[in-house]
Design a protein around this ligand. Sequence first.
Ligand SMILES: Cc1cc2nc3c(=O)[nH]c(=O)nc-3n(C[C@H](O)[C@H](O)[C@H](O)COP(=O)(O)OP(=O)(O)OC[C@H]3O[C@@H](n4cnc5c(N)ncnc54)[C@H](O)[C@@H]3O)c2cc1C
Length: 594
Amino acid sequence: MKNPLLDDRDLDFQLRAVLHADALLTLPAFAHVSAADLDAMLSTWRRFARDVLLPTYRPMDEQPAVLRDGGVVCHPAMKALWPQLVDLGAITASRPLGVGGQQLPLTHVTAGTLYLMAANLSANGFAGLTLGAGHLIEAFGSDALKAELLPPLYEGRWTGTMALTEPQAGSSLADVRTRATPTAQGHFLVSGAKLFISGGDNDFVENVVHLTLARLDGAPAGTRGISLLAIPKKRRAADGSLVANDVKVTGLIHKLGWRGIPSAALAFGEANDCHGYLVGEAHQGLKYMFQMMNEARIMVGANGVATAAVAYQQAVAYAKDRVQGRPPWAKDPAAPPVRLVEHADVRRQLLRQKAIVEGGTALVLRTAHLADLAAHAAEPAQRHDTERLLSVLTPLTKTFPAEKGFESCALAVQVHGGYGYSSEYPVEAWLRDQKLNTLHEGTTGIQGLDLLGRKVVADGGEGWRALARAVEAGCVRAERASVPAEWTRGVREIAGVLEEATLALAGKALEGDVPGMLLHSADYLDAVSTWVVAWLWLEQAAAVHEAPLRTAFHEGKLRAAQYWLATELPRCRQLAALCVAGEDSYAQVPEEGW
Ligand SMILES: Cc1cc2nc3c(=O)[nH]c(=O)nc-3n(C[C@H](O)[C@H](O)[C@H](O)COP(=O)(O)OP(=O)(O)OC[C@H]3O[C@@H](n4cnc5c(N)ncnc54)[C@H](O)[C@@H]3O)c2cc1C
């Protein structure tokens, strides 16, 4: 049976034929894992996602959590789903053996997670947030904090959140105001308000731990004065029991999508009795968060891909089933109608979705693979180089699947015609869900600034050069595999165009014109992402040419590669020209001109 969530053939092809991901098992960190273990994991996650998670998606979308007597009541399905997600390893599959994890490669775990996200992104969201909170404590917490918090989080007895955003501090975390005052007992008394906190409370575990950004008394202003605190909903009393910790849910956000997981407004310390525990050193909170952000951003990209993938699978199934109209050249009105998939314009829409979904999958898996190498490669130099490339690719991995995935979901609605706009089919819900991925974990605008203002120019342009080398290695692979020469030539030409643009933009900054450099940073991000995805399509084409047999699946791959290289890649030239020329229409609109 065809998987309605993602194309299993594609995931297997990308892991094996494109990435050769099982080679990770030669690293000492994965000596306890076999290829058969990974296959078993992937097939269990696939089955669970399709048979257990997917049927709960619509009911959870239609019946969001409510706030009752100060506590959040989630959809009843979560009570049964949660222990199953925990048993599956959705929290701990990638965590080290020493903390109760399975220590599997992030690459394979990400592939498995795509299925969970495609089936029910909200249910999986609780696991992702708990993993993120646990990971922060694992990486930076004291031994005492680890002993207290890690077992219940990683065993799924408690859940975790990331509590960064405040009403006045969204994109600009430098403006966080939540305060933490030290006490003689070692804990901090916390007061402040947080907003939009996903999984901010629930009724299916006994406790929730909020990994919170706050300012210690006397902390310097701006990003250098932000600390990380763990704030549990229930804290440990002297007799070892759990007691309420002056953390209140003051409201729930009514949302466009992701309706199965609550987003809460939280108040800490209304009764001046909210205990928080410092994670790591004072004033290092933002640095710690940013170190964790790589993985969080890969996971946002994975969500973008997963949501676009399930919508695409649904669009393909619908287009192969519904009959409507005849080709323009069929003159006989009595001729039988054809299926949607036979109309050229529907095929265009389906191929565009395929190119986005599978190009995005390649990007997400490549980035996860780099994260594995950056953490576990044997040679320090290889870890360092990989880390640099990972850091450049991260804003692209966060943004491309979100922005293009939204377009892809809209095309899935379009393929359904009017039915796609109705709640009779789930594509409208996936379109709503997808929008969040351009917003959380740093909006698209913020990712553009990060890529151009920091990542590509880091260490005198080392960031850019690491990316250019990786793309060139892909071109060499494509040449060796005899991929059509004009495809490889196209990717190399755009490499030159973008390198020139990057140099020109860096030159503006050197001359003191930082606003001029960054004016089109979103267009720069679009251009670099489009080119990087073209590189990854070239590598997929190479993997097809390297295969001993050519199947219909392979043929589809080549046509999607051709599509991206012929229709999308050329756009990079115009985008690069806009960036360098500093086309300034929006900068020049006067205040009263809007
Ligand atoms: C459903 C949902 C779940 C969320 N979950 C969490 C969570 O679990 N934990 C958490 O801490 N937060 C969470 N958030 C908050 C989310 O991270 C913020 O909404 C996001 O960071 C943007 O902040 P903001 O909403 O204040 O928008 P703003 O920062 O006000 O941004 C508004 C617009 O202005 C642009 N902009 C802002 N600053 C700049 C700049 N310097 N340069 C260029 N453009 C700029 C942005 O790109 C955006 O388009 C969630 C949000 C939602 C909607």
